[in-house]
Every structure is written in C-alpha cells, then in structure tokens.
Design a protein around this ligand. Structure first.
Ligand code: ATP
Ligand code: MG
Length: 347
C-alpha cells in the first residue's frame, strides 16, 4: 500500500465523486489551533456549545487537604489557564450551522477515521453528536483520530517518499440509524470486486443467510454501475449499506491494505487473490457469520475502560464500591504497619 493510495481514500477526495450514492455530509477545514487542541493531552475540558467558564477554577485545587497548599499556590494564574476550555468561536458557529443543515445531529469523522473506539465515553454511548463539544469529547478520547492526525502513512510501503500534503478536515455526516446487519465491506483489486464480508461479523444475522444471492448481486450491481473505474485507484475497499428496501448506499472508502480491517477474510488471501475468487465462479466471494457459535466479542471492546471503573465512578454498584473501600483500607493499614516496622527496626 502506497502513501498515494491512503491519500486517495480521504473523505474529501471520494465524497465529490460518489456524492449521489452516499449519506449527505459537510466538510469543514480544521484550523491549526483546533488540531493543536485535539492533540494536547492536558486539556480534556471542553467548553459548552453556547457558554463557557473563562474564570473556572483549576480542576485540581484543594483536594489534597494538605497544609502545604499555601506554599504550592495552586490557584496562581498559570495553573488556572491550563484547564480552562479553549474557545473557537468562529469554528464553533460554522460547526453548529453545519449540524443544523444536516438535520440536528451528525456522525463525525476526520479525513479517514471516525472515533469508533471512543463511543463508550459519550453520555449516550453513541457517536451521535449534537454540538461541537460532543465531537471534541469523542475525538480527544479516540486513538483512531490521533492516528489520523499523527501517523496516517504509518503502514505504507514507500516510507522513503515524501508524505503527500494533508489538509485536515472535520467531516460531519447526517446521522442515520444504520442497522449493523445491513453493512458489508467490499474488496476491489485491479478494479474487480473480489470479496464481500459482513461488516458486523460478531453477530449472526439470519436474513443474510436467507438472502445471500440477493445481497451478492445487489452489491455487484452497485459496484459495476456506480463505483467501478470511477475511483482514482484500482485497488481499494468500499463499505456499503443495504437498506430495508434493498437499496445499496456507499458508506466509506478505505485503502486496500493492512490498515483496513479485512474482517472475515485475511489480507494474505486478499492480496494473493486467486484462492478466494474460486469459491464463487462468476462473482465476488461472500462471507458472513453462519451460526451463533461463532459470535465473538465486539472488536472495539479493548479500547474501553474496565467495567468496574465505570460502576465505581457512577456509584451504580454499591457492593463494588464497598469492596473497593475495604481494599483501600487494608492497603492503608498494611503500609502503616510497614512504617511502624521500619521505625522499630534496629539501627
Ligand atoms: N452517518 C452515519 N450515521 C450513523 N452511523 C454511521 C454513519 N456513518 C457511519 N456510521 C456507522 O459507523 C460505522 C463506522 O463508520 P465509518 O466506516 O465511516 O468509520 P471508519 O472510521 O472509516 O471505520 P473503519 O476504520 O472500519 O473504516 C459504520 O459501520 C456505521 O455503522
Ligand atoms: Mg473507513
């Protein structure tokens, strides 16, 4: 996979070509100060969409209860400014305008990636955003978004060639309730559709099994009519959604290579080509999960914080909280014992 191929899969490259066949979206250039804010680990604080707290006190004042406070002077100006949410009035109003134009709620992305690994942090556990602060919270919590910003060409084979110039963009897509069983990933090699995989492979969907041939044909037809030869590259991966009326929509374009999840295929198979085309003579090979037995945990699970942390922080599980406090207490007692031992130890 070459850097050029990755650059071609940016949203702003493919969207104008396939606009008619995908979800309505708006692209806003990301100002440098917003990029800096997204990359800054120190400021998770996000200001509200309409109001802010310019004189908000530092988040870490006064919780140590120690007598040293006066010496340390937590409340000096420098400390205060580091935790105050930054303001981007012009950008904020552009984003709000775009969200309104898209019906009031959006699915956010950067040039390539959505913050799929961060949905657990949102109040609604979803990527549905109603304001810029919703978007910021997700973006700042997402490794996928950081990857776009810091190392988009990491896995490219032509590391010695210069990086293509990237203009970072915020992509806002009209929020659409997509049923996961209707999503498929399609692999194109030398402008030929070689493979289709169920996208949400952790679940078994009976309708896919029943409609296998329909789905294969619908996707193949969509590809030949609307996608084939229209994209600047001959190898790529595209994602589609087949709605309840059987109509196929384009969801995303991805590079043909390891950065893209190959789902129910392996990159070895896809890159060698020959083997997989054989399991269906005149069309793409189509793989889907065929029984409950193979159901697996959600792929983004490892990005979440442990369930115990959530329960403790929300105070939802009183027993866990009690166990936690007991643990703390016994640890404290242990360390006190150790101190005592040290004190009484012979010199
Ligand atoms: N406009 C939308 N409204 C609601 N959900 C959406 C929308 N667009 C995409 N999704 C959901 O989010 C998922 C991820 O979207 P998308 O493929 O654009 O992200 P991505 O970061 O490129 O993912 P990947 O890394 O797998 O390529 C989709 O599979 C779909 O379920
Ligand atoms: Mg993608």
């Amino acid at each position: 996979m070459k850097k050029e191929q990755v650059a071609n899969c940016q949203f702003s490259v493919w969207y104008p070509i396939f606009k008619k066949h995908t979800i309505k979206s708006l692209i806003l250039p990301l100002p440098q100060n917003v990029i800096d804010y997204l990359l800054d680990d120190g400021t998770l604080v996000v200001s509200g969409s309409c109001c802010s707290f310019p004189n908000a006190p530092a988040a870490h004042t006064n919780n140590s209860g120690s007598e040293e406070e006066e010496d340390v002077q937590w409340s000096d100006d420098e400390t205060t400014t580091t935790v105050t949410a930054p303001e981007f009035p012009e950008f904020t109003s552009k984003v709000l305008e775009a969200i309104n134009a898209l019906g009031g709620s959006v699915f956010p992305k950067l040039n390539w990636s959505a913050p799929r690994d961060a949905n657990w942090i949102a109040l609604n556990s979803s990527l549905q955003c109603f304001s810029l602060s919703d978007v910021f919270l997700l973006f700042k919590s997402s490794d996928f978004v950081t990857h776009d910003l810091t190392q988009p060409f990491l896995q490219c084979s032509d590391q010695d060639s210069p990086d293509p110039l990237i203009n970072y963009e915020l992509v806002l897509r009209k929020w659409s309730e997509l049923i996961p069983g209707g999503e498929f990933r399609c692999f194109v090699k030398e402008n030929k559709l070689i493979a289709i995989s169920q996208r949400d492979y952790t679940q078994y969907y009976q309708h896919i099994l029943k409609q296998e041939e329909h789905i294969r044909q619908a996707v193949q037809e969509f590809f030949s009519q609307h996608i084939q030869y229209k994209f600047p590259d001959e190898d790529f991966v595209f994602d589609v959604y087949r709605d309840s009326q059987g109509r196929v929509w384009l969801i995303d374009l991805n590079p043909f290579g390891e950065v893209t999840d190959s789902l129910l295929f392996s990159w070895d198979e896809l890159l060698s080509g020959g083997e997989i085309t054989r399991d269906h003579q005149d069309g793409p090979s189509f793989r889907y999960t065929t029984s409950e037995v193979t159901v697996q945990p959600s792929p983004c699970l490892s990005y979440r914080i442990p369930r115990d942390f959530v329960d403790l922080s929300t105070g939802e599980d009183a027993f866990k909280l009690i166990d936690f406090l007991k643990l703390k207490k016994s640890q404290q007692e242990e360390s006190e014992d150790e101190e005592e031992e040290e004190e009484t130890a012979p010199q």
